[in-house]
Design a protein around this ligand. Sequence first.
Ligand code: ARG
Length: 569
Amino acid sequence: MQKLKEEISLLLSSCLPLEPAVIEDLLEIPPDPNFGDLAFPCFTLAKTYKKAPALIADELAAGLTAQKGVYWGRVTAGGPYLNFFIAPEAYGREVLREVWKEGEKYGHCAIGKGRNVTIDYSSPNIAKPFGIGHIRSTVIGHALYLIFRALGYSSIGVNHLGDWGTQFGKLIVAYKRWGDEDQLEADPVDYLYRLYVKFHQCAEEDSSLEDEARLWFKKLEEENCEAVDYWNRFRRLSLENYALIYQLLGIEFEHYHGESHYNKMLDDVIELVLEKGIAEESEGALIVDLEPHGLPPVMLRKKDGATLYITRDLAAAIYRKNTFDFALSLYVVGAEQTLHFQQLFKVLELLGFKWAKDCVHVPFGLIRFKEGRMSTRAGKIVLLEEVLKRSIDMARDIIEEKNPDLADKERAALAVGLGAVRFGDLSNDRIKNIEFDWEKVLDFSGETAAYIQYAHARICSILRKAGPDCGNWNDQAASLLIKEEEIMLIKTLAILPEKIVAAAEVYRPSIIARYLVDVAREFNRFYHNCPVLSSTGELQRGRLLLIGATRQVIANGLALLGIEAPHEM
Ligand code: ARG
């Protein structure tokens, strides 16, 4: 809690040669609550005082024993740390007051005010189905979008569609050979994808297919009418399909700037690279040597004049800087593209763009179902759409069984089903590979969205029973919460703001996901030990305020992960 920090910083600055702001930055939350609620490390003072940090901590603690603040009650020395313990009444009241006052905005702040952050996420490839592999980029990217927005940044979501490249040559060849109008209209994405797979199977035996595909891609680059018509059609049909998924997930992008968006800018990029003298022509190809920087060389233009994925990314990065003047430009893309982004950012740096340092690749691991890695080429693919539908169906069955009288089962099934898929991804450290296990992601007592959503719904039900009065703030009632379980829950609620900042700092929504599991767990522990509706008078009012605040924190946290918190389930 900010007020506790401010109070302690001010106090320490009166007896130390340090500014309050410096002290505030140094304050830490001890890993074990037995060591206090906020600790000041004395290491930095060792030089000034020419004494061991532990001795300094001892002396400081001795000088402060007779004192007590508004929000802290006691201070002790623990090795090199000065440990402060909260004063539960005032602290609890202050934390709850803040949650009640801020409501939906609790945990949000303005540190990013006036600054843009572009978030390149989802970015599926046209004419290939929206595979489950893209779900990671979609849910992690969207969570980061929401998290940065909560910190006051203007989040700009960019869908860098894979809508250009040699695969279009392949698709045109396949469609011209085997294509069927009716099948295309009936289920375009699935059909295009099957054509794509067939192309690869046939090309293994007949390599002339690849040559033909290259030719058609060349025609496309030269804006041949027939090629452009096919391309437009494939693109439009794919986009219509993606739109349904984004709608289901409640995701909107500020921009759909696919790779093709940058075609017109590529000549300028090549010119700039030549002008800066960082590239060499080698047998007609244009190459940037990155060996001095410990990276493999980058090809920006092929012998036949065709540009590459990275050429378009170079143009996209410059375009984004010029258009959005970003403070930060994130690329939420799988870890298998790490080298690509290292090369991209290095080339930007060599071009003299100081802002290259503001470009960040946010990588993530693979997602597996038991069948193994999904690949569009092998023809075995798990479709995100199917995964979402299956999850919703399973959630519907569970809800039907647990709560057959629920009024709006469909709404709850959507929230729980979509939440399970999102949380099943976001609760993992993004860099790890994840194994998607249906049993686990929908387990109501596991570390899942359902577990957290259920705590939320349970609180809503208690509040409904308590009647409308429990929505009124009451200072006195809020000061009565001094039982251990109450204090633990309050302390947990107090750190949502820090968790949001921490999640943004390392681009890890999992920090918020893990935190929400803690909140739900602390709530359950509290609820098990402290009766709410069967308690009476002011204490009941206080506990209702506490669970009301808990509900708010859960709802706010889930919202940052793009997950709904139903009132009933
Ligand atoms: N379409 C690419 C893929 O599916 C991801 C694009 C990521 N963004 C970027 N600016 N390169 O692999």
